[in-house]
Design a protein around this ligand. Structure first.
Ligand code: GAL
Length: 325
């Protein structure tokens, strides 16, 4: 029988050849770099990755050390965190880039040390991804999220136009809350969501829009401003994620907007987003399957560490589903 021997960072043998007296791997160290630990969606994903690692440990007895670091929105901080993890001789890195166009620096160092990288949620440019066969990406397809979000609205309109066209003037007047301008998801989600509404025959009119960087408080401030600039005109808020949708709802509640006069849709299916749907405050969301997402990240990293054949493609997309009240 041929046993597998693979050299990884620091020249360690990850899977030994028993016939030659080498022991099979009993532990692994995986570095996880987060762009911002206080981002709601990222923090729930982090929890799911930790669960995956624990479960794997329980099932196999192989100890998994996850070194999780928060760059707090600074690429400079993230670069030095990557340096530290590489010098700690971790076996794989899972990276949620702060600046997705700046992945080449981390890739250079990881390649030199022979450490594979699974990027997630913030997609590096294709040119960087193609530099090495040990670079993977796990995400949620932004086109799919947007089409599903648009369909929530098309269905609501088809069932009863007045759900979205509250004043019955034949037009659904909407505002848009967008994520970071540099994030691949923002532009695609906005475009495809609007396109789905148009394709579905919903007559729409854009009042205004703004970038709230995925953040509840920024979205709340923008919505507050729009409510006073366009009193009684807004019928729909299309948000690129749940946190911004919730920010809009916060502003509506502060301003005494009656439930049902302005509809709000989000994306992510965060616990707070799902709760708002149950409470009838949010019309719907597109839930990202966190378990499947985290499993794809952890399993890809683990397979790379173990020298197993990676069972996912270079780009892997986690499943999403519509949630409405
Ligand atoms: C998006 C997600 C946002 C935010 C962002 C961070 O995919 O919908 O809520 O977490 O990623 O990169």
């Amino acid at each position: 029988m041929t046993a597998l021997v693979l050299a990884v960072c620091g020249g360690l043998l990850v899977y030994g050849n028993r016939e030659n007296g080498e022991e099979p791997r009993t532990s692994m160290r995986i570095g996880v770099l987060l762009y911002r630990g206080d981002d709601t969606f990222i923090s729930t994903l982090r929890g799911a990755i930790e669960e995956q690692a624990k479960e794997y440990e329980l099932q196999t007895g192989i100890k998994v050390t996850l070194d999780i670091m928060d760059a707090k929105g600074s690429q400079l901080t993230q670069d030095s965190q990557a340096d530290r993890l590489i010098s700690l001789e971790c076996d794989a890195l899972c990276v949620n880039m702060v600046d997705r166009s700046a992945a080449s620096g981390v890739i250079d160092k990881a390649m030199e040390a022979g450490i594979p990288i699974v990027f997630f949620n913030r997609e590096p440019v294709e040119e960087d991804m193609n530099r090495w066969d040990k670079l993977y990406y796990v995400g949620a397809d932004p086109r799919e999220s947007a089409v599903l979000q648009g369909q929530i609205l098309v269905n609501a309109y088809q069932e009863n136009p007045r759900t979205l066209d509250e004043n019955g003037d034949g037009l659904v007047s909407y505002v848009l809350l967008e994520g970071e301008s540099s994030h691949q998801d923002s532009l695609i989600r906005t475009e495809q969501s609007i396109q789905t509404l148009k394709d579905g025959g919903v007559p729409i009119e854009r009042i205004t829009g703004g970038i709230a960087n995925w953040e509840r408080s920024q979205a709340s401030a923008l919505m507050e401003q729009w409510l006073s600039e366009y009193p009684g005109e807004i019928e729909l808020v299309i948000a690129n994620n749940d946190d911004m949708a919730l920010g809009a709802i916060d502003a509506m509640e502060r301003n005494g907007v009656l439930t049902g006069t302005i509809q709000v849709v989000g994306i992510d299916g965060t616990p707070a987003g799902l709760e708002a749907i149950r409470a009838g405050k949010l019309l719907g969301t597109v839930e990202s399957d966190r378990q499947a997402y985290a499993e794809a990240i952890f399993e890809t990293a683990r397979q790379l560490v173990m020298g197993e054949t990676v069972t996912r493609e270079k780009y892997s997309w986690s499943p999403q589903q519509v949630v409405v009240n």
